[in-house]
Design a protein around this ligand. Structure first.
Ligand code: ADP
Ligand code: MG
Length: 532
């Protein structure tokens, strides 16, 4: 007797269904995509018990004829693809003809549909993937699909579903993504008789974002658009200052498909470079490319896609983010610089300039309100950019009394590894004898003393080997040790020089570790606080 047997058809169907449909949210995703593919203007979703007992989706799209509905619930039945080459020009979400057959295999399914208002519509019900009844009904053009008791015939899988509220939350996340991509579609979600989302059609994705983001995050979104023959990249990213430990929304669309794409997400974080300090930004970004550059067939639920040139994708995205944040900053910088110059003129007339608070913060009046500068962070930024100047030799100061320090074996081995970089960054050294090292020059923008240099080497031993090969990493440490400290009194000219140098930096708003250098407070905010 043969050990190998062909599986029964309904077993095959259930196994295949399991790949596409794993919880109520995945049913909602597939049905939403079908309604959007059918050019619907209005889509309503009704849920019972987190979609476990009912998911009903009502649309006003192109609908189906009686013959089409019969076919729709069979495997590999689709109106969207004829040959594999059609994938190169694919505009629809669907193409595998798997969703309705999968849902039919694991639920009690009802379809009511009509493709022509002048004719009768069709109602079909199915159980275990088989048609139980099909009849004529009256229905306006469009389709209603009801999915009852999901996984009633797969009790183990049904048992894995979570609480109603958790399943509802996942469904809402799914609906939100499509609602952002399709602002012109009216979406409604009703859960256990209660309307939990009602998004009337609107002009732009941005209007929709207002509903999903905290107000301060929304008001500080940067909108951008970059294009090249391969790729268009546009969307919204949050200002680094508004980033928090947890983000509210991070959504990537590729050809309007909500996808998870590690390359894009990594590239976005890379574009923010040092400004996040472990916090997470909000972003909603859209990538568009010719369908032939995008493989949408690598994942059963089509949540993941693959672009032909991932390296190019990474570089393009990170550069676009960098530019967006940079452009925005340059505009702010020139505004702030002007405000400072004007307020300096003012102060030359009321006699007082900057105030130093607690010998650590500089307090300055500007036209629109006031700002506070962290003197240490500001000095760090200035030194960091100074020692990393491209194509220019770092200005150094020769030390009249060279600093001699005695290094531990560990520090000495780090020293040997980094001495070339140190010299490129303005610290010229020589070995004096044994593990004694002489520092002959330091960067002109610093006031490094013996204690600072000793601490500097201690810090270097804490950096891991791979990081140590990065010039920026070492520059950060020089900046940190060489910067004026907190608790140091500064004269008026010293404060003014510091602020002027800060605004001459490329990236004045953050220290090299990503902490803010300046906090601004507007008169409006002050007035509000005082209840004016
Ligand atoms: P696919 O979307 O990959 O084609 P599905 O199983 O999701 O496969 O759907 C099968 C077919 O049923 C679709 O190709 C489409 O012709 C039809 N269909 C499904 N849902 C709708 C709908 N809401 N409105 C109109 N036609 C639909
Ligand atoms: Mg589909």
């Amino acid at each position: 007797m043969n050990k190998i047997k062909l599986l029964a058809e309904d077993t095959v169907r259930k196994i295949a269904a399991g790949e596409v449909i794993n919880r109520p949210a995945s049913v909602v995703k597939e049905l939403l995509e079908n309604s959007i593919d059918a050019q619907s203007q209005k889509i309503t979703i009704e849920l019972k018990q987190g979609g476990k007992n009912l998911i009903k989706i009502i649309d006003d799209g192109i609908g189906m004829s009686r013959d089409d509905v019969r076919l729709a619930i069979q495997r590999h039945a689709t109106s969207k693809l004829e040959t594999i080459d059609d994938l190169n020009t694919l505009k629809s979400y669907g193409f595998r003809g798997e969703a309705l057959s999968s849902i039919a295999a694991v639920s009690r399914l009802k379809i009511e549909t009509n493709h022509d208002d002048k004719m009768a519509g069709t109602a079909l019900s199915a159980e275990d993937g088989e048609i139980k009844e099909i009849k004529e009904i009256g229905r306006a053009r469009g389709t209603t699909i009801s999915v009852q008791t999901l996984f009633y015939n797969l009790p183990v899988r049904r048992g894995f579903l979570k609480s109603d509220s958790y399943e509802n939350k996942l469904i809402l996340e799914t609906v939100s993504a499509y609602a952002i991509a399709y602002p012109a579609i009216h979406f409604t979600v009703i859960a256990d008789g209660k309307e939990i989302l009602n998004l009337a059609r609107t002009e732009s994705s941005k209007e929709r974002l207002k509903l999903f983001l905290d107000k301060s995050v929304f008001l500080n979104l940067f909108e951008f658009r970059y294009s090249n023959p391969m790729l268009s990249f546009f969307g919204f990213i949050s200002a680094p200052e508004t980033a928090k430990t947890f983000y509210e929304l991070q959504q990537v669309f590729f050809n309007l498909r909500p996808v998870r794409n590690r390359t894009v997400v990594k590239a976005i974080y890379d574009g923010y470079s040092g400004t996040l300090m472990g916090r997470n930004p909000n972003f909603v970004v859209f990538l568009e490319t010719n369908p032939q550059n995008l493989d949408v067939n690598i994942h059963p639920t089509k949540n993941e896609v693959k672009f032909t040139d991932e390296r190019f994708l990474f570089d393009f995205v990170s550069e676009a983010i960098r530019k967006t944040l940079g452009v925005q900053k340059r505009a702010e910088i020139s505004e702030d610089t002007m405000l400072f110059q004007r307020s300096l003129m003012d102060t030359e007339e009321i006699g007082t300039g900057f105030w130093q608070l607690h010998s650590s913060y500089i307090f300055a009046q500007i036209q629109s309100g006031y700002c506070i500068i962290d003197q240490h962070a500001a000095a760090e930024r200035i030194i960091f950019e100074d020692v990393l100047k491209k194509d220019e030799k770092v200005n150094t100061q020769g030390l009249l009394f060279p600093i001699v320090i005695e290094l531990t074996p560990e520090e000495f081995s780090v020293y040997e590894e980094t001495k070339e970089t140190l010299s490129a960054l303005g610290i010229e050294t020589k070995v004096f004898s044994g593990r004694s090292v002489v520092c002959e020059t330091i960067p002109a923008s610093t006031a490094l003393n013996k204690q600072d240099i000793k601490e500097f080497f201690v810090e270097l031993t804490k950096i891991d080997k791979e990081q140590l090969s990065h010039k920026e990493e070492i520059a950060k440490q020089i900046a940190c040790k060489g910067a004026i400290k907190a608790n140091q009194r500064l004269s008026q000219p010293e404060m003014e020089a510091l602020i002027n140098k800060l605004f001459a930096c490329k990236d004045p708003y953050f220290c090299p570790h990503g902490r803010p250098t300046i906090i601004k407070m507007t008169r409006d905010e002050l007035d509000k606080k005082f209840g004016r």
